[in-house]
Design a protein around this ligand. Structure first.
Ligand SMILES: Cc1cc2nc3c(=O)[nH]c(=O)nc-3n(C[C@H](O)[C@H](O)[C@H](O)COP(=O)(O)O)c2cc1C
Length: 357
């Protein structure tokens, strides 16, 4: 069983990827229900945190039922990262994760996120400072390298392990690739199979079907996989992968009732965590994911994204649930369509919609 310092994880842990504007507490609640074994907050700016910016502080909110959970930090200044680590440690997560993977211009080009892949010595110094600033285990999430000519992850992994990180997640792309093309797991496998490495190595990039998770598990020997885009609107991917690993067969996708129940949970948690007004507004971008593949769902979606009353939204969701339960054979037709997606995956659906992190 892989362990991150003293944190015990199941045999082949499935990690929910940190995702800015996505992996907030409401989304994490539905992913936890569906079987995510280890979760992270969205990335938090070290500068924002030490200046007590409201947005950054709010992202420190974590809840008992979420454990084990990591708080993810990013920044370009070592002293700020050090101080932010102390602030994050006070929030009592199970671990602190450092983001060395964010490719977006206004992060990477300022030397934070994947930007640090251009200065490995600084990356090592920053990591050491973070490790020394907390009693919690520190983990790192990064990419293969800055660009095609600097894919130095094998050396980077050794150096980070030497200065005390307790696990490493590798996204199989370079910074230059952003989210384009497909993730290359070959080097992830090389890191995992390097006899010098003894910390858990988690693979990340394009896992969007149970079959792919198992193929990559067997082919690259990683200790677990991290899943990002494929969990958006489909948190059930976690339980589907677990079922496939345990039985070799595909679990039926969620029923329509389950999808609407998860949507409601997401909605209630949003209201609770963000307040009614903001919770309602921010939930608007999630409805289409939960109603995906359902005939006539536009009728419901178009109302859900306009309504400003909690009871009215609940009514529409109930109405949708009733409507769909009365269509003969709908469940099996939708199940069939979703099964096809289970086979082919759907990470690309999100490629153009989400470019952060
Ligand atoms: C909307 C979005 C936001 C992201 N935000 C973060 C983030 O805050 N921190 C981070 O380390 N990676 C972030 N990422 C990258 C993901 O964690 C993950 O590495 C990437 O999506 C590849 O995995 P996937 O193919 O399973 O989606 C983000 C990705 C997306 C799509």
């Amino acid at each position: 069983m892989p362990k991150i310092a003293h944190i015990e994880l199941p045999e082949f842990p499935l990690l929910l990827a940190p995702m800015e504007d996505v992996s907030d507490p409401p989304f994490r609640a539905v992913c936890k229900d569906a079987g995510a074994d280890l979760m992270y907050t969205e990335f938090i700016s070290s500068e924002g945190l030490i200046r007590s910016a409201l947005k950054s502080r709010k992202k420190l909110d974590i809840f008992e039922y979420e454990r084990p959970i990591g708080i993810q930090l990013f920044g370009s200044e070592i002293s700020s990262m050090e101080e932010a680590t102390r602030v994050a440690t006070e929030a009592a997560p199970d671990l602190i994760d450092i983001n060395y993977g964010c490719p977006v211009k206004n992060v990477a080009c300022k030397g934070a996120g994947a930007g640090i892949l251009r200065d490995i010595d600084k990356m090592v110094r920053m990591t050491k400072a973070v490790v020394d600033a907390t009693h919690l285990p520190v983990t790192v999430k990064t990419r293969l390298g800055w660009d095609e000519s600097t894919k130095n992850i094998v050396e980077v992994a050794e150096r980070l392990q030497d200065i005390g990180i307790k696990a490493l997640t590798i996204h199989g792309r370079t910074r230059q690739q952003m989210y384009k093309g497909s993730a290359d797991w070959t080097l992830i496998g090389e890191v995992k199979n390097n006899p010098r490495m003894h910390i858990p190595i988690f693979g990340n990039g394009d896992i969007d079907t149970p079959q792919k998770a198992v193929t990559y598990k067997n082919r690259y020997g990683v200790d677990g996989v991290m899943i990002g885009r494929a969990s958006i609107g489909n948190p059930w991917i976690f339980r589907e992968i677990k079922h496939f690993i345990a039985t070799g067969s595909l679990l039926d996708p969620p029923t329509i009732e389950e999808r609407i129940a998860a949507c409601k949970k997401h909605f209630y948690y949003s209201l609770k965590w963000k307040g009614d007004k903001l919770g309602m507004l921010e939930m608007r971008r999630h409805y289409s994911n939960y109603l995906k593949n359902l005939p006539d769902s536009k009728v419901y979606r178009s109302q859900l994204v306009l309504l400003e009353d909690i009871a009215a939204i609940e009514n529409i969701l109930d109405e949708a649930s009733n409507y769909y339960s009365q269509i003969p054979d709908l469940q099996s037709k939708v199940l069939h369509q979703m099964k096809v997606q289970q086979q082919v995956g759907h990470s690309e659906d999100y490629e153009t919609n989400f470019i952060d992190g």
